[in-house]
Write a protein that binds this ligand. Structure first.
Ligand code: NAD
Length: 418
């Protein structure tokens, strides 16, 4: 479908085609499963602080409507395009199905650079985007959450804009809100915490002592920083991290608490005293036990897949590994891949808990939330590992196949309409 043409959409389609062949899905069912159900593109005029007016472009793609509302993050990043958002929506469908959540996949984005915008500009943009989305979203229609470049504050503005329109407070319109506004305890930490839980399970699986392991994290944002801290709690030594501006490396391990203070004041990992600078490209090739790409899509490619030197590749980001890189990794059994749809599923799982709590107006304690999160991740990990071993297929093919199969069955049972 030409309107979605984009390297990341092509990548998601290539992955789907491999799964469809593996599952022997009839050809006349494939487009229905693959192509997003609907998409909205909006022009967003906003006032900049200097008094000028700028029009930005925003998108929302809802991939699969059969099982309930759609669910997925909202991204603010300069490279956002409709096709990228469509690919991310498709992956959300497989992820929700894999983990057994009653959602279809969705994703949204605005092409903008939030790092160069003031807080008031971000607020005007967020409110304008939400306003334009009102006919397209709702607690039983489509529920957004934070992603790259968005955070709790952005979710609070969205919730407020929607609530003003509705005439009453509607916390369940977004997840990842501040806890004081109906957010869930443990949501901010959920994705990174889930990544570390699954890495720990993977170390058990391959017989690696996590207490003696080293870890490298690309993308020290919400997901990457919590993943690093959580891995350190399991005993791993985090030796390198990075952000969009570059990375830092200390073979003896980084002091993550000092780093947190540094990032809070400088808004970058660069310049951290007890480490040497390293580029994002070099960082991915560092010898380590655990490599966590937690930034953008298409970071592990044909060019570097043969050279990465980790035992576990934990895909915290969405789509960090291209299908060409995957083919190379499939020939490298010494690298255990935790595929993105499984690895970063902790985020949407606790988003689901937040939505349920908001709908019931009954809130749970953090211990209960973390316990329920780990249970769902455990079930998904065990199922994926079992399918991978039984069918002698990669962890990615196993995870995607479980997700796609559940979506296919739901569509078959309901009929053509949804
Ligand atoms: P974030 O904006 O909080 O952090 C992103 C980090 O990546 C920042 O440190 C940024 O500087 C860095 N970065 C950006 N471009 C980079 C580049 N080219 N090279 C290296 N670093 C770069 O975003 P986040 O919420 O942590 O999301 C990170 C990834 O995790 C995304 O792929 C997102 O889709 C995925 N994800 C997020 C969640 C969630 O709950 N937030 C859930 C599932 C998946």
């Amino acid at each position: 479908m030409e309107i979605y043409d984009h390297p990341t959409f092509r990548m998601a389609c290539q992955q789907f085609d491999l799964v469809a062949d593996h599952l022997q899905i009839p050809h006349d069912e494939r487009d229905r499963l693959k192509l997003p159900k609907r998409a909205l593109t909006v022009a967003l005029p906003i006032h900049r602080d200097d008094g000028s007016t700028q029009v930005l472009f925003g998108y929302r793609v809802q991939h699969f409507l059969t099982l309930g509302p759609t669910k997925g993050g909202l991204r603010f990043h300069p490279d956002v395009q409709l096709g990228e958002v469509a690919a991310l929506a498709m992956w959300m469908s497989w992820k929700c199905a894999l983990t057994g959540l009653p959602y279809g996949g969705a994703k949204g984005g605005v092409a903008c650079d939030p790092t160069t915008m003031s807080k008031t500009e971000l607020e005007r943009l967020t409110r304008r985007y939400t306003q334009e989305m009102i006919p397209f979203i709702g607690p039983q229609v489509d529920v957004m959450a934070p992603d790259l470049g968005t955070n709790e504050q952005v979710m609070a503005w969205m919730m407020d804009t929607y609530s003003v329109h509705a005439g009453h407070t509607v916390p369940s319109i977004v997840t990842g809100k501040p806890v004081g506004l109906g957010g869930s305890l443990g949501r901010r930490e959920a994705t990174g915490r889930g990544v570390a839980y699954l890495v720990n399970r993977a170390t058990d699986t391959i017989g690696l002592d996590i207490g003696k392991s080293t870890a490298v994290v690309q993308g020290y944002g919400n997901v990457g920083s919590i993943a690093a801290l959580s891995l350190a709690r399991y005993g791993a030594k985090v030796i390198a991290v990075s952000d969009v501006r570059g990375g830092i490396y200390n073979e003896n391990g980084l002091d993550l608490f000092a780093l947190e203070r540094h990032v809070a004041s400088r808004r970058t990992v660069l310049g951290f005293p007890e480490a040497q600078p390293i580029s994002n490209e070099q960082l991915l090739l560092l010898p380590c036990d655990i490599l966590v790409p937690a930034a953008l899509e298409r970071q592990i490619t044909q060019a570097n897949a043969g050279q990465i030197k980790c035992r576990i590749l934990a895909e915290a980001a969405n789509g960090p590994t291209t299908p060409e890189a995957d083919a190379i990794l499939n020939q490298r059994p010494e690298v255990f891949v935790i595929p993105d749809v499984l690895c970063n599923a902790g985020g949407v799982i606790v988003s689901y808990f937040e939505w349920v709590q908001d709908l019931q107006s009954f809130f749970w304690g953090e211990t209960e939330i973390v316990d329920k999160l780990f249970r769902l991740l455990e079930t998904a990990f065990t199922q994926v590992l079992a399918a991978s071993r039984k069918q002698k297929i990669s962890m990615r093919l196993a995870a995607l196949s479980l997700g796609v199969k559940r979506v296919q069955e739901a569509k078959r049972i309901r009929g053509l309409f949804p």
